[in-house]
Design a binder for this molecule. Structure first.
Ligand code: PLP
Length: 826
């Protein structure tokens, strides 16, 4: 649906500055996601860190003409002569208000889903259950925030027959806003957990806040057996129907009479509003899935879906995979595997992800897509939209798989390189498949097409041991540290040592996308790798080698300079190349006594030397705390800081341009916020470990492997080299394909350390070998092929470093290169 800009101005109650012509179909809040500039309205949002107004000139250059702004300097009307500006007092509120007006155009059932867990699964399953008979519009992925909800609601269109939207809140007052946008006619409360509890005084307050979404609904589905929810719903004044479900109380709307689990499925017998009992089966056996299916059942029955229909559809429910994974593939390819439901909105999000990740030159961006199922949209229009999205988001090669895509192949005529196959098998046996090389491939297939076969063929044969890295967690950690910093303070992200073991290239892509000011690596080669992979961010080299200067200049990598010897050599090399004004970072030694200029003795000579030449200029000056992680060094830290200031101020005094001062590392950002100065350097904290408490607060990586073989070993036998693993009673011993060559420290052997098998501790028995280790799984329910966690969410890496009497930095950076890194976002 589109709106004229005049109509939007009148809905928002504001005037238009500039042109009054044109119409808007897309709303944009993140300039990086632009796709259809001509029909896009950009909302310049101001957050603590960023200001959307800064992107107006870039967006204007890319063809955007419609802007919602909070300020309008008079020169803009000249500067952007073809633009239309809507000036409002808050862009965020304008976005919310516009979405609310759009919502008012629809007189259809709209389901609002909230709760601490299960929102997304319930939303997706409702979609799976309803979309065969109705046209459903729903929130893409988990767009449930103050910005995500208006963007979701905007997707409602003329064809929509049912809307399903998720609402998520983290503090009081937010739900009211979301209610006014979603205006649900039916409510679903899934469960209450303790996520985001910090902003509420009690669980009851949180429950009541969530219920605010439902003040005007006709009916509310909720778990009656949860006492707190029941009492809040009971005392909550609303006129709609209360559709509680219970396994205990027969008087509720939906009584669950029986739940029978078998090995792979669960059959649930229920009585709906005192009618005759019936049952259905789902292909899941975990309690969360069972609860979520019951919630969906209640809602579908209320909407009038027939019991027989539900009985037929429930067994077909598919797991909701939220993951989008990045893996190294064969023949120079990278795979982006998005297992999330295949529909156009999630396709767009995945395409945006691919498009926004920089890449080295020459690699094609390829989309392999199956037929989009469960869409009630007219196929022709759907595939035309798919093709135009793919094109706009930079897809250069298209592989369509499925009969429907073959029928609509003409829609893809604008993509030069394209081919179509009825099945994955057909594609696998084609030349097109054999000739794939050096491409970034986005795989997006509906489950029934069996894209696993394709992934298996394309991925490098993975050693069973992998390090899984969660890119969202990196972003969360980045934002957490940013929230401790003043908005104007710049940030260096330390991605030396292959990003503390996580893999510097993919981490750098994510950080660049989130606009950090600098990336820092140890040596020039690491910087070159980043550049070759498309990283354009400022890059700092902490330990430049004398032999690498030419590389630094060629790839625009800014070295740290810590000694006169290095300084002289660098100046000489730069002069030889005819370079002027190359930025460098001056390190001052304030007590670490590792590298750096002496802030008292060396500084005059340093200034003198820098002033005498013009090949390089000091971009920043910095020093490093010896002990910001411990209070016991606070006095020493103060001394260090004073020394730094003395030297740095003197340096700055000698130059007219601004020189950035920085000293805080992760622990410093937290412990010495008043010492942030111009910039901070974030290391370990980015990876989810708090150096001050030595605790993992948000793990980003998990080292995992699988059981190769299990055997019983009788009492008295020994396990492993040198007969070290003496077995004192009959035991079950499993072998796992990870050894000290993978970075599993040998000192964890002989029962000093353990890993987790199905959540249970399994000690390392005997000496750890080069490629294999043996663990004691006696009494643990497990089989060959089961997953083993070496460290991760359930076994923090700090547990390992404590046992080894070292620091988590060492354990993380020891994970060897042969362990494949798999990146995902959820
Ligand atoms: C590694 C490093 C950091 C980051 O330290 P963390 O303790 O990991 O935050 C900061 N500054 C310099 C100079 C470093 O070498």
């Amino acid at each position: 649906m589109s709106y004229s800009i005049e109509k939007i101005a009148s809905l928002l109650g504001v005037e238009i500055y500039g042109g009054r012509e044109g119409s808007v179909s897309f709303l944009l809040t993140d300039s990086r996601s632009l796709c259809f500039p001509e029909e896009t309205l950009f909302f310049s949002l101001r957050t603590e860190r960023g200001d959307g107004h800064n992107y107006i000139s870039e967006l204007y250059a890319r063809g955007v003409r419609f802007f919602v702004v909070e300020e309008l300097p008079c020169e803009w009307e000249k500067l952007y002569s073809q633009a239309s500006f809507l000036k409002v007092s808050s862009s965020k509120r304008a976005l919310q208000r516009l979405a609310a007006c759009h919502r008012d155009e629809f007189h259809i059932p709209v389901v609002g889903v909230t709760g601490s867990n299960g929102k997304t699964v319930v939303k997706e399953w409702l979609y799976q259950l309803l979309s065969l008979s109705k046209r459903v519009t729903r929130s893409p992925r988990s767009y449930n925030s103050q910005i995500g909800v208006p963007l979701s609601v905007w997707l409602l269109n003329e064809q929509t027959q049912v809307g399903i939207f998720e609402a998520g809140i983290s503090k009081k007052g937010e739900m009211e806003v979301l209610r006014n946008i979603i205006k649900p006619t039916i409510g679903v409360l899934t469960s209450l957990g303790d996520a985001h509890q910090e902003n509420f005084v009690s669980m009851e307050e949180k429950c009541r806040e969530k219920l605010r979404l439902f003040t005007d609904v006709d009916a509310l589905v909720y778990p009656y057996d949860d006492k707190l929810i029941r009492s809040c719903v009971d005392t909550f004044s609303f006129k709609g129907k209360r559709l509680g479900w219970s396994v205990k109380d027969t008087s509720v709307s939906l009584f669950i009479k029986d739940i029978k689990k078998s090995e792979l499925s669960t059959t649930i017998t229920y009585i709906w509003t005192q009618e005759k009992e019936d049952s259905y089966t789902i292909p899941f056996i975990d309690d969360a899935s069972i609860d979520d299916s019951i919630t969906c059942l209640a809602l579908c029955l209320y909407l009038g879906i027939k019991k027989e229909v539900l009985k037929a559809r429930m067994p077909l429910l598919e797991p909701v995979a939220m993951r989008l994974e990045v893996k190294e593939g064969q023949r120079g390819c990278t795979l982006i595997n998005d297992s999330y439901n295949s529909d156009i909105n999630s396709l767009d999000i995945a395409l945006d992800f691919m498009n926004r990740r920089p890449d080295h030159k020459g690699r094609k961006r390829t989309l392999v897509l199956s037929d989009i199922l469960q869409s009630a949209e007219d196929d022709e229009a759907l595939y035309r939209r798919v093709a135009s999205l793919a094109e706009k988001r930079g897809v250069e090669k298209f592989v369509g798989i499925g009969e429907t895509l073959i029928c609509h192949r003409k829609a893809f005529d604008n993509i030069k390189d394209r081919c179509f196959f009825a099945t994955v098998g057909g594609f696998l046996s084609s030349n097109a498949f054999r000739q794939m090389h050096d491409e970034v491939i986005l795989l997006k297939g509906a489950r029934c097409f069996g894209f696993e076969q394709l992934t298996e063929m394309l991925v490098n044969k993975v050693h069973e041991t992998v390090l899984e890295v969660n890119l969202n967690a990196i972003v969360d950690n980045l934002n957490w540290y940013r929230s401790l910093m003043k908005p104007q303070t710049k940030l260096v992200c330390m991605i030396k040592a292959d990003a503390y073991g996580a893999g510097s290239v993919e981490i750098a892509k994510t950080l660049q996308d989130h606009r950090v000011d600098y990336l820092a690596v140890a040596v020039a080669d690491e910087g070159v790798t980043l550049r070759k992979n498309g990283i354009t961010n400022n890059v700092m080299i902490m330990n430049p080698e004398m032999s690498s200067f030419k590389t630094l200049f060629d790839f625009d990598l800014e070295p740290e300079v810590y000694s006169f010897r290095l300084l002289e050599a660098l100046i000489k090399a730069a002069e030889k190349e005819g370079i002027t004004g190359f930025p460098v970072h001056i390190k001052i030694d304030t007590g670490m006594h590792r590298l750096g200029f002496d802030p008292v003795k060396d500084i005059d000579e340093l200034i003198h030397r820098l002033q005498k030449q013009s090949a390089i200029i000091p971009r920043s000056v910095f020093s490093h705390f010896v002990g910001s992680d411990s209070d016991s060094f606070d006095d020493f830290s103060s001394q260090q800081f004073a020394l730094f200031k003395q030297g740095a101020d003197k340096l700055q005094g000698a130059f007219p341009h601004k020189i950035l001062f920085h000293m805080d590392n992760s622990a410093g950002i937290e412990h010495f916020p008043y010492r942030q100065m111009d910039m901070c350097r974030l290391g370990l904290g980015l990876y989810g470990i708090n150096p001050r408490s030595n605790k993992c607060f948000n793990t980003i990586s998990e080292l995992k492997t699988t059981i190769l073989q299990i055997r019983s070993v009788p009492k008295g036998d020994t396990v492993g080299y040198s007969r070290k693993g003496v077995i004192s009673h009959d035991s079950m011993i499993a072998a796992i394909p990870i050894g000290y060559a993978d970075g599993l420290n040998r000192h964890l052997g002989n029962r000093r350390g353990y890993c987790l098998v199905n959540g249970k501790k399994a000690e390392y028995v005997g000496n750890i070998c080069m490629d294999v280790a043996m663990i004691d799984v006696t009494g643990i329910d497990c089989k060959e092929g089961d997953q083993v966690e070496i460290f991760g969410k359930n076994l923090p890496v700090t547990v390992l470093s404590d046992i080894l009497d070292t620091i988590p930095y060492e354990v993380l950076t020891n994970v060897s290169n042969r362990v494949k890194r798999v990146y995902f976002q959820d």
